[in-house]
Design a protein around this ligand. Structure first.
Ligand SMILES: [Zn+2]
Length: 108
């Protein structure tokens, strides 16, 4: 087992984990239950992702680099019209409530 990613928060970790699993990389999240004190303590650095099979490290890093480049190339984050949650610009709908976002631009 090898640590592959320090997530900004639980949501960031889940997004990256979904990408890894989608690329057939066996990965697990750790530390997500330690962030229950959010609001009092900054959750940064507590949630991490690990690859189970260390031979997949290079592939996993490629997936993360690709995801981060897509994040930078898409539009800015926007606030959901349904619940007010901030949603990354590369999503067509709110991760929290499912409302379609008006400014989604399919540029990739
Ligand atoms: Zn929403």
């Amino acid at each position: 087992m090898l640590k592959i990613y320090d997530a900004a928060n639980h949501i960031d970790a889940q997004l990256v984990l979904d990408e890894l699993l989608g690329a057939d990389i066996e990965a697990v999240m750790k530390g997500q239950f330690l962030s229950s004190g959010a609001g009092e303590l900054p959750p940064t650095g507590m949630v991490t992702l690990w690859v189970v099979d260390e031979s997949q490290e290079a592939k996993a890093k490629d997936v993360i680099i690709d995801l981060e480049s897509r994040r930078q190339s898409c539009g800015p984050a926007q606030d959901c019209t349904g619940c007010g949650e901030t949603v990354e610009g590369n999503f067509a709908c709110c991760w929290n409530c499912g409302t379609m976002l008006p400014n989604y631009s399919k540029s990739f």
